[in-house]
Unconditional design. Structure first.
Lengths: 358, 264
């Protein structure tokens, strides 16, 4: 049985090329018609890949043709020039394990790909396109991904500014359901951050902006309430998280004006996310007790630290994957040996996981 | 024979310390079951030691500084076993084990296991007073450890340099809530311990009474400051460390004085 993976990803193709083939997400039936005994299409925004098992070799051209719905490839007659890659047997196994573990992702260690892979597997299984070969391969891939996540720090921390801010809020306050949030300035980044906080359980969200109209609009969009701009300072005594992104030329918050506000909230921390440039909050505020100030550079720095740690963990993750690839190959070849003993095919009796056969 | 049990117990705690050290060095810290199991096993051997020693003495094994240190280490482990999992403070084990290793290591190395020449008669109220007070010390020790965890996390949040351990620490507010509960637990037990000391039917040495009241006042001040919101969480965390250091020093003094003047 030939096991292979044909696809293109963000490493090899731009988004225009990827989207031409992404529509072939449900192409398992076509692929089976083309000669694949088993087929699974993994189509995400960063990759379109076909994992297949077949008795005879199915060419990359045929796979590409199946992925296209409009037949444009047939005009060109072959896939040369298109950035398809092809992995067979052991390389295919290794590639899938790397993909599922997030090592092949645009953001190393992202976990969304595992969910997408599971979904693709489930869909192909429901349609009957997955047989014992791909079933075993994908189950092992899920196991490998879980092991990589558990035994390395590949998924540690957040790597985008918005999620870093939300993660830090959770590290300070734990459950965000009881947190009060004030969004000062109705900018796009503050809206994204506010939305992320709401998605993690924040229910008390207040928006203040020089233009009351914009504050009201943003409050409606994120499920909060608007507060008049001249009352934002009073709100600081009540809120736990402050997101500022105004276009003020001078700092709105300094130790001098924040000091009296903090007097009544000595046992509650204040987390300030200053995403304005120029900054809305004097950096000296971070020296105040119970105040944690993160400006855009600090958030980026945390994101970069996480990314650096993830990169450091790649070697450990690769080692886990290599072990599983070898073990998977060994088990499959053992089974082939047993099967050949029964069916009397001496050709596969001594096979390990060979380049083109599984 | 009983010292062997203590050595095995210390090795168990040391295993938790070594494992944490290796993990921190590799930058991959994961508070897994190992620490909890190692501490649990260490606790079992501690209990076995205290039980054997208690049977040999025919009373609660608190007759010299060595036994006081071991009982204190046992209290620390006991409170950790009770509090750690309840508040999901699994990482606390990584901080608890070094303290227990220090206490037991010191007790094993220093020549403080001096047996009394005459068998000390059992006095249930005195034993209750001493043991409850030492369990209170265990709670104060855990509050001190939680204080260290709080300060570590607070420092990393302030400097924006988040290390591996940061991601495994409980949220700051949860940690502070745990500190407060541990302080209250220790304070209540300590109050009961001190109060029971007045009903032992024996006159208490003045130095012991003064030292006990100093510790009681210290923790009362921290709790009052916390209750009336006069002390910021960071200071409470720092005061927990100072408080336990003072309490430990005075405990030494109390035990030393008790050993030189009379039998506890």
């Amino acid at each position: 049985m030939n096991l292979f993976c044909v696809g293109l990803s963000h490493h090899t193709a731009n988004v225009e090329t990827r989207e031409r083939f992404a529509s072939g997400a449900g192409a398992e039936s076509t692929l089976r018609a083309a000669g694949c005994t088993e087929a699974l299409v993994l189509a995400t925004c960063n990759r379109v890949e076909v994992y297949g098992a077949s008795e005879k070799r199915v060419s990359t051209d045929e796979i590409a043709q199946c992925l296209l719905q409009n037949g444009e490839l047939s005009d060109r007659s072959h896939s040369q020039g298109l950035p398809f890659y092809r992995y067979e047997a052991e390389k295919c196994v290794q590639h899938l394990f790397r993909v599922a573990s997030g090592l092949d992702s645009m953001v190393v260690g992202e976990t969304e790909i595992l969910g997408q892979t599971k979904k693709a597997y489930q869909s192909a299984r429901t349609s009957g396109a997955v047989g014992p070969c791909l079933h075993r391969l994908f189950q092992r891939a899920f196991r490998v991904a879980k092991q990589v996540r558990t035994h390395t720090e590949i998924t540690r921390g957040s790597v985008s500014v918005g999620s870093v801010a939300v993660d830090l809020a959770q590290k300070i306050f734990g459950d965000l359901a009881n947190c009060r949030v004030l969004v000062l300035g109705a900018g796009e980044t503050s809206e994204r951050t506010a939305r992320a906080l709401v998605s993690r359980g924040v229910t008390d969200l207040r928006v203040s902006n020089r233009s009351n109209h914009r504050a009201h609009e943003l409050a409606q969009r994120v499920g909060g309430r608007s507060v008049e701009f001249n009352r934002w300072a009073q709100q600081c005594c009540e809120v736990d998280i402050l997101i500022t992104s105004t276009s003020s030329e001078v700092p709105l918050l300094t130790p001098t004006n924040l000091g009296p506000m903090l007097a009544d909230r000595i046992d509650r921390p204040l987390f300030i996310i200053d995403i304005a440039v120029p900054r809305d909050v004097d950096p000296a505020v971070n020296e105040m007790e119970g105040v944690y100030l993160y400006d855009i550079d600090a958030l980026r720095s945390v994101a970069e630290q996480s990314l650096a740690v993830r990169r450091q963990q790649i070697a450990s993750a690769e080692a886990i994957i290599a072990e599983h690839v070898a073990d998977f190959g060994q088990k499959v070849s053992c089974e082939l040996t047993r099967a050949s003993g029964v069916s009397g095919h001496p050709a596969v009796a001594d096979s390990s996981l060979r380049p083109s056969q599984l | 024979m009983d010292r062997y049990l203590l050595i095995i117990s210390t090795i168990c705690f040391l295993a938790a310390v070594v494992r944490t050290g290796i993990a921190l060095r590799a930058g991959v810290f994961r508070p897994g079951r190992f620490n909890f199991l190692a501490i649990g096993l260490g606790f079992v051997f501690q209990t076995a030691f205290l039980s054997l020693r208690g049977q040999a003495l025919g009373r609660c094994p608190l007759t010299n500084l060595f036994e006081v240190f071991i009982f204190l280490a046992w209290s620390v482990a006991l409170i950790y076993m009770l509090v750690g999992p309840a508040y999901r403070l699994s990482l606390m084990g990584a901080f608890t084990a070094p303290l227990v290793v220090l206490l037991q290591g010191f007790a094993l190395i220093a020549p403080i296991d001096v047996r009394h020449p005459v068998k000390v008669p059992a006095n249930s109220s005195l034993e209750f007073h001493a043991s409850v007070s030492l369990i209170a010390y265990g709670a104060f020790a855990l509050a001190c450890i939680a204080g260290v965890m709080y300060l570590v996390q607070e420092r990393q949040l302030k400097t924006h340099h988040l290390r591996s351990i940061f991601y495994h620490l409980p949220p700051l507010t949860d940690l502070f809530a745990a500190i407060t509960r541990l302080l209250w637990l220790g304070f209540i037990l300590y109050t009961v311990g001190i109060a029971s000391g007045f009903f032992t039917g024996r006159p208490l040495p003045r130095v012991q009474v003064v030292a006990a009241i100093v510790v009681w006042l210290l923790y009362a001040t921290i709790l009052l400051g916390r209750y009336f919101r006069r002390i910021a969480p960071k200071r409470v965390a720092a005061l927990c460390i100072v408080g336990f250091s003072v309490a430990l020093t005075l405990l030494w003094g109390i035990t030393f004085s008790a050993q030189t003047h009379s039998v506890p």
